[in-house]
Design a protein around this ligand. Structure first.
Ligand SMILES: *[C@@H]1O[C@H](CO)[C@@H](O)[C@H](O)[C@H]1NC(C)=O
Ligand SMILES: *[C@@H]1O[C@H](CO)[C@@H](O)[C@H](O)[C@H]1NC(C)=O
Ligand SMILES: *[C@@H]1O[C@H](CO)[C@@H](O)[C@H](O)[C@H]1NC(C)=O
Length: 501
């Protein structure tokens, strides 16, 4: 057919890239739902959550694994945005920091309505697929975010939390983290404490996915046994392929199979190859292994983009998902298996979790505060304690309570915001940090006088200088560092206290 000669080069190209084309064809129908992306953390670190900063425009945002064009190119149709606050906020300002990260996800969805659809259910994800938008869900990464309170847990549910990772890289008073298995943390709960079991039951009752990434093997097993609904690992890979304790061992993979649960593979080089270097093909090895041990229904993707410093060659950002799908097709995965890994497995687990919620017999919710139910809490100290200077006892405030919790509020006229703090991230040389406050309304930065460019300083010792300025103008505070001309925002750790002046 000489009239069709012009088709030949096209045919040649298509044949050369047959699997890539197939991947795109499948993903047009069934885009990927990724279990874990830390873009909200980047928005905090880079811009102190000031989304209206022109550099934070998600259409043009550079130097991140995630932005809107990359999400489009990667056929990302669903994303659990990670709401994360570091372990050293445990028993301190973890709840506030968690709420601020939930806020930034909500604001992100409101600011880019053509791209994101904020959803809280499996039906919502399907709706977003139909509208060609990125279904945006909230996953709270670390049980320390609930501050050992079922009331906080339920409130986070109301704000959209649809998975809770039981721990991050620290024990909570009620569940052990994976560092117990490396010997870097002491076992405390032997998996789940009695209060931890109540947390699992409450997550089942509410219809929140339980995420076992970051937990110890004992916690994985205790939860898989107790949960009435299947669970997920939102970003974990296979221990047999790379012997990192952050990965899932084969005996747990078999429990995953029995419970119809899901492992969403993490792409972080060090969990893929156990070295700093990795490639796409090695990620596919993890997917193959999980499929072999736990079945194709147990496989998903939880890239951990924007939460890790190194990602594999070939999976440099969220636009590369079709290349990974092409590799699975090259490895003879069937279309149904691939669609399962992309979206259907997560939808199946989410629907099962929603069913368990529906089937829960009506009963009054457990008491709001359950600290009493937890064993006495001994608060683990942060690895590098950044103890705040204590105000003189005569001031009656303890904005640096050593146990991290203000236990008594003596009677007296309430003080207004009395705060002090240290700057996070602490690794920045203090001389490169200037402290700023921000307007609640406009979030415009407001430089507090007298605290800029201080010499190396372990903590901010000038609450009297900084805070009246912030307080009077109803301002938030943060720390802006500009090493190498690149602005990085840190949180000024503040402690609010009401008590006599
Ligand atoms: C982001 O930048 C694009 C392209 O320059 C522009 O069209 C869009 O309005 C900006 N979005 C926001 C929210 O500022
Ligand atoms: C990926 O890395 C492994 C281990 O270094 C290597 O054997 C393999 O050839 C690499 N694959 C590709 C496609 O680069
Ligand atoms: C895929 O299947 C084909 C045909 O059955 C076979 O020749 C090939 O070796 C298989 N490839 C892999 C990676 O299993």
């Amino acid at each position: 057919m000489w009239t069709r000669w012009w088709l030949w080069p096209l045919v040649a190209v298509c044949t050369a890239d047959f699997f890539r084309d197939e991947a795109e064809r499948i993903m047009r129908d069934s885009p990927v739902i990724d279990g874990h992306n830390d873009l909200p953390w980047q928005l905090l670190s880079m811009f102190n959550n000031r989304l209206q900063d022109t550099r934070a425009n998600l259409t043009t945002l550079a130097n991140t694994h995630t932005n809107i064009p990359k999400l489009r190119a990667g056929f990302v149709g669903g994303q659990f945005w990670s709401v994360y606050t570091p372990c050293d906020t445990q028993n301190q300002d973890a709840v506030r920091r968690t709420l601020e990260q939930i806020d930034v996800v909500h604001r992100m969805c409101q600011m880019y309505p053509e791209t994101f659809l904020y959803v809280t259910s499996s039906a919502g994800i399907r709706q977003a697929f139909q509208e060609g938008k990125v279904a945006s869900l909230i996953g709270v990464e670390g049980g320390h975010s609930i501050d050992s309170s079922l009331g906080v847990l339920r409130a986070l549910y109301q704000l959209g939390m649809r998975y809770l990772t039981l721990t991050h890289n620290c024990n909570t008073p009620w569940a052990d983290n994976w560092l117990v298995d490396t010997g870097d943390s002491k076992p405390q709960s032997q998996g789940l404490s009695p209060f931890g079991q109540r947390v699992v039951k409450e997550l089942n009752r509410l219809g929140v996915l339980i995420d076992l990434a970051h937990v110890s093997v004992a916690t994985m097993k205790a939860t898989l046994q107790l949960s009435r609904a299947p669970v997920i690992f939102s970003h974990s890979s296979a221990y047999s392929v790379c012997a990192s304790r952050r990965n899932v061992p084969d005996d747990v993979l078999r429990l995953v199979k029995q419970t119809d649960s899901l492992v969403m593979v993490n792409f972080y080089n060090n969990y893929i190859s156990c070295t700093n270097k990795a490639n796409l093909s090695q990620v596919a090895d993890h997917l193959d292994h999980i499929k072999e041990v736990a079945g194709a229904r147990a496989v998903g993707f939880g890239g951990d983009f924007d939460g890790v410093p190194r990602v594999p060659e070939g999976l440099e950002d969220v636009s590369k998902y079709p290349d990974l799908i092409a590799e699975l097709l090259r490895r003879n995965w069937t279309e149904a298996e691939v669609k399962g890994a992309l979206a259907n497995n997560l939808l199946r687990v989410f629907e099962a979790v929603e069913q368990v919620r529906m089937g829960w017999p009506p009963e009054p919710p457990p008491p709001t505060t359950s600290r009493q139910a937890a064993p006495p809490v001994s608060v683990p100290r942060p690895a590098t304690p950044r103890r705040l200077p204590r105000r003189s006892p005569s001031r009656g405030t303890s904005w640096a309570a050593p146990a991290g919790r203000i236990t008594a509020t003596p009677p007296g006229p309430p003080a207004s915001i009395a705060s002090g703090g240290s700057c996070w991230p602490p690794s920045l040389p203090w001389s490169s940090v200037s402290v700023s406050c921000e307007s609640w309304e406009t979030r415009a930065p407001f430089r507090a006088p007298g605290v800029q460019g201080r010499p190396a300083h372990p903590g901010l010792r000038t609450p009297g200088t900084l805070l009246p300025a912030c307080k009077d103008q109803h301002l938030l505070s943060g720390c802006l560092a500009s090493p190498g001309g690149q602005d990085t925002w840190g949180q000024l750790r503040t402690h609010t206290h009401t008590g006599p002046q």
